[in-house]
Ligand binder design. Sequence first.
Ligand SMILES: [Zn+2]
Length: 405
Amino acid sequence: MFLTAVLGVSACCLLAVAVKSGEISARAKKLHFSTIVVDTHDDTTQRFLHGKFDIGVRHTDGSIDIPRMREGGLDAIFFSIWIPSKITGQEAVNRALAQIAAAREQVSAHPKDLALATTAAEVRAAQKQGKIAALLGVEGGHMINSNLDVLRNFASLGVRYMTLTHSSNDEWADSSTETPAHNGLTDFGKDVVREMNRLGVIVDISHVSDKTFYDVLEVSKAPMIASHSSCRALCDAPRNMTDRMMKDLAAKGGVIQINYHVGFLSQEFRNAEKANPEINKAIGEEVQKRCGDDEACQLLEGDRLTREYVERGKLPRVDWKKIIEHIDHAVKVAGVDHVGLGSDFDGANMPYGMEDASKLPKITEALLKKGYAEDDVKKILGENTLRVMAEVERVSRELSKQARK
Ligand SMILES: [Zn+2]
């Protein structure tokens, strides 16, 4: 009891400080904390693997835990199941299954705060009960080991999207960051997309090559998402989407969820990285020294070291408002029904002012200040993603019905 009382007091005062700073208006707070806020890409899963991390307590490092999600009004989060592209075969399958189990364990360990969700309706139900919906997305088609049964198993364990590639090509789809090997999607890759449609697993085109994107656009019967991609017109990363791609994604009902990684937000940052390749090399070597093969450690230390270079003036400082520029550009190009949030928290270098989930109300405040209507802000914060989920579920039911005929 004593502990609860003490925690209660500190929570009240933290909130009071946030209000006093005047950053978030009463109107923005009211809107932000009453609507469903969805983040379609988060890499905290890596931290779950070593058994010591508890998502229920506040951490001084990283971006995600229950207290900070509560403070930032984050209602639904897709935990990414990710392993590097170089790990393939049965080992890739096993490691993906271990991550799915670890994410599910974090959810069952916190039944008052988290609820596993696999449908849009379950996300809404969780929010009504005052819980954060936890969802699963597999980041990289290499984890199915070219076997549709593995994909089916992932779906049965609750996985609701799969990013077709990570940063290298897999056996059946080209990535945006490697020389093409398949000219987009192979015939088997097309079967993967069809099976995802049937299973109700959203096709995620973040990371894939432009040609793979257009092949998927042709094959998929359901709308797709880019779970964590930004705008190439503002920052020329091959991982970002061109205006044409965003328009075509939108024409099929899909959503681009803006990624907060500084190297995808800021051309200036990207140019500086390119001009000084020795910096990335040094960061890579230092990360390897500190972390070895521990991927959670690599992600956090990479972020920490990058910030040190920024502090020393060796890399440009990127402000969180860049996120708003990308959202606004995507809205202008693709329409307000086709933009959402896909942070890449705990998996990338966050801009100043968006260090963790507690800062999310700033996005609502900034969009309102820009003149966005409240209903449009709600769409960007989560409703667009929930609409795609519901539509993917409808297509899945339709395809299953046809198959039974
Ligand atoms: Zn990624």
